[in-house]
Design a protein around this ligand. Structure first.
Ligand code: FPP
Length: 251
């Protein structure tokens, strides 16, 4: 099991081991360029490729991207369809390249809502890359942090029904293995592009002690240099995990 930041003090290094990103601003990028919103998502995919490449070069081990929230179904039908097509095309066209680079792909979220073809492609891509270890790339799709905690609770109680009679025995360690990101350490750095400063129901359990970085830049504009700026900022953070500054400077 991975270490919990509330139960112990994780080690921290200059480069985040796990980076989580809300890729926001695709629509506004398109509007600013007098293009349909869907063009912003297509350009956003180019930024995903740049960031995956840069994370590989920096030695980031886990990269988790919020591609589609459980609330994004509320968007216009045309935009939702385009996003689904982009996911399908990306899985079809990019999986060989990702696999050659040692990327292990996972998709987290309530996948039942997706069309069967997309579900199949996701399963195939996950199986195909299951032995890779260089970069764990996780796409959150139809994902919500509250959904995650609820589904984890349901799975925990199904697996251990005796806990329902003894709820005082439920602790972090009983629930954590059932969360979608149980395979990864908690994110060290969270980036949200597009100027908003909120978590938007992303990894609400896992972000407890994550450093939060917000930039006004729109996601399709993001490149390796911008990622470097976020890493430079991260390297200046004093990660106390509840301790005092004085404690940190003690040998
Ligand atoms: C948020 O911008 C972005 C999304 C809801 C979709 C993100 C998708 C991609 C970057 C492309 C596909 C990615 C993969 C992994 C295949 P927004 O539309 O909310 O922007 P706005 O706030 O300016 O309207």
């Amino acid at each position: 099991m991975t270490l919990s930041s509330t139960l112990s003090v994780p080690s921290a290094s200059a480069i985040p081991r796990h980076l989580a990103i809300i890729m926001d601003g695709n629509g506004r990028w398109a509007t600013r360029s007098f293009l349909p919103r869907t063009a912003g998502h297509a350009r956003g995919l180019q930024a995903v490729k740049r960031v995956v490449e840069a994370c590989g070069q920096h030695g980031v081990e886990y990269l988790t991207l919020f591609a589609f929230s459980s609330e994004n179904w509320r968007r216009p039908q045309e935009e939702v369809s385009l996003l689904m097509r982009l996911f399908v095309q990306t899985l079809e066209r990019e999986i060989d390249k990702l696999s050659e680079r040692g990327v292990r792909l996972r998709v987290i979220g309530d996948l039942d809502a997706f069309e069967p073809r997309l579900q199949d492609l996701i399963l195939q891509a996950q199986e195909r890359t299951a032995q890779n270890t260089t970069l764990h790339l996780t796409i959150a799709a139809n994902y919500g942090g509250r959904w995650d905690i609820l589904q984890a609770t349901q799975h925990m109680l199904k697996a251990q029904p005796q806990l329902a009679a003894h709820p005082e025995k439920i602790n972090e360690q009983s629930l954590a293995p059932y969360l979608s990101m149980a395979f990864a350490p908690e994110p060290d750095l969270f980036i949200r592009t597009g100027g908003e400063q909120r978590i938007s129901n992303f990894l609400i359990w896992q972000l407890a002690y994550t450093e939060l970085y917000f930039t006004d830049r729109y996601w399709p504009d993001i490149n390796a240099q911008h990622l470097q700026e976020a890493f430079d900022w991260y390297a200046t953070r004093e990660r106390r995990f509840g301790r005092t500054s004085a404690q940190l400077s003690q040998p």
